[in-house]
Ligand binder design. Structure first.
Ligand SMILES: Cc1ncc(COP(=O)(O)O)c(C=O)c1O
Length: 448
């Protein structure tokens, strides 16, 4: 075994097609439902806010979907991303496990989010759209879409969850630098925002509320579409470049993962890394696949698998997913990108079928692992990504207890350079842990 710790691909090895898992599923996904009639949704129902080429991808029966040349040109600015073996972390843990991580923080926006932002901006531009509206939790998705819109000459409006808007002013400025306009959500720009403000003027906001605002903005302006940074099938599809590259890089390392890990907000970095491995599982052999979420917002581990809205104001289609209820406002943890009440319907389905496992952690042990990682591997990870680090460390410690080797692969979805306020809180002992308050999810679902 060489001492190599960095596995790099040439530009010619960047994937040229996205991998679609939908045609390989043993049972089809439950269809999304029209929010008014509750009838299964047709492509035309989505046409008010999405371009047709993305709608087709949402339901596509094709196994591989070619990545357009203009998208490839932009991917080549930072892809392929590196795969590292965390030798220094392994040593610190004194574990026989081999820990690998796929680092998506080398993109201009600092996370995996541009993989889909660039594709979405491209298809919207082709459809003649002038402006995109979106929400952002951590600020990573808003930054990614601001960047992508700039690359294709589109305007961009971002509704940024209030608590992140306050916690992360420099994320906001990054979006401004790329030319986007940014409103704290709930905002006074939309009916949905004004309704929340009337009830709770100090609302910290949530992704569910910010999605309502962005969808309303898009639906009420004919030249504007909506872009979602996670959850939907076409987003998972675009992110499969991560797992395809990781497979080539693991082959360079001469190892196969026994477990593949990703943090889970709506599911896009996790799905991006895991879905190419899910195909192996569906074909009869593949690794364990583990999604990691915050205990304060545990949709996969404490949620209900049911039809629910993707947003607070019930403007989106009803989708069958693991959910805590569309009106759930999670506590203001620092992993803002993981504060979402629902989950990707595709990944929910795979969890239901037993191909995926899920685990939840409070934020203090997550930051403890983040610092151990920063102090050994050097990279200061995003709080979201640090959930995956925590789980990878625990898998490695379990291997030490069992006295056996184990190959672990996780997605380091982004860097934490705009999350220093969170690190400051942790280092000064001010970080609070919130358990999921528990609530009657059935009530929130009954209000459908
Ligand atoms: C760095 C990072 N990782 C993960 C996530 C969670 O999103 P997803 O579950 O779609 O990957 C976010 C969301 O903003 C993020 O910024």
């Amino acid at each position: 075994m060489s001492e190599t710790s960095k596995f790099l691909l040439a530009d010619s090895q960047i994937p040229t097609a996205w991998v679609n898992v939908l045609p390989s599923l043993p049972e089809p996904l439950a269809p999304p439902l029209n929010p008014q009639t509750h009838a299964p949704l047709g492509p035309e129902d989505l046409a008010a806010i999405f371009p047709m080429e993305l709608i087709e991808q949402e339901f596509s029966p094709q196994r591989l979907i070619d990545i357009p040349g203009e998208v490839m040109d932009i991917y080549r600015l930072w892809r392929a991303t590196p795969l590292f073996r965390a030798r220094r972390l392994e040593k610190a843990l004194d574990t026989p496990a081999h820990i690998y991580y796929k680092y998506e923080g080398t993109s201009p926006a600092g996370s995996h989010k541009p993989n889909t932002a660039v594709a979405q901006a491209y298809y919207n531009k082709r459809a003649g759209i002038r402006r995109l509206a979106t929400e952002t939790g951590a600020g990573q998705w808003g930054s990614a879409l601001s960047l992508a819109c700039r690359m294709f000459g589109l305007e961009c409006t971002v509704y940024m969850v209030r608590i992140s808007y306050d916690q992360k002013p420099y994320r906001r400025m990054m979006m401004h630098a790329w030319g986007a306009e940014v409103f704290p959500s709930p905002s006074d720009q939309t009916n949905s925002g004004r309704a929340v403000l009337a009830e709770s003027p100090d609302s910290p906001g949530s992704l569910g509320i910010a999605i309502s605002e962005a969808v309303e903005d898009a639906a009420t302006h004919p030249d504007t579409n909506y872009a979602l940074g996670s959850v939907l099938n076409h987003v998972m599809l675009h992110q499969t470049v991560i797992g395809q590259e990781a497979k080539l890089q693991m082959a360079m390392a001469g190892e196969d993962p026994e477990v593949v890990i990703g943090c889970f907000g709506g599911g896009s970095n996790f799905g991006g890394l895991a879905l190419p491995y899910v195909l192996d599982r569906l074909a009869g052999k593949g690794p364990r696949i583990l999604a990691v979420e915050p205990s304060a917002c545990p949709s996969l581990t404490k949620g209900t698998f049911a039809y629910d809205y993707g947003d607070t104001a019930k403007l989106t289609p009803l989708i069958k997913m693991y959910t805590l209820g569309h009106d759930f406002v999670p506590p203001g943890i620092h992993a803002g990108g993981l504060r979402y009440h629902g989950a990707s319907p595709l990944l929910s389905h795979l969890l239901g079928l037993g191909h995926i496992e899920a685990k939840a952690y409070p934020q203090t042990p997550v930051f403890e692992a983040a610092l151990q990682f920063a102090r050994t591997e050097g990279i200061l990870p995003a709080p979201e990504s640090s959930h995956a680090i925590r789980a990878a460390v625990d898998e490695a410690l379990a291997a030490r207890e069992e006295g056996r080797s184990k190959v672990i692969l996780f997605c380091l979805s982004g860097h934490g350079h705009f999350d220093l306020g969170a690190y400051e809180n942790y280092l000064s002992g001010k970080l609070l842990d919130y358990e999921y308050p528990g609530r009657d999810i059935s009530l929130a679902l009954a209000s459908n």
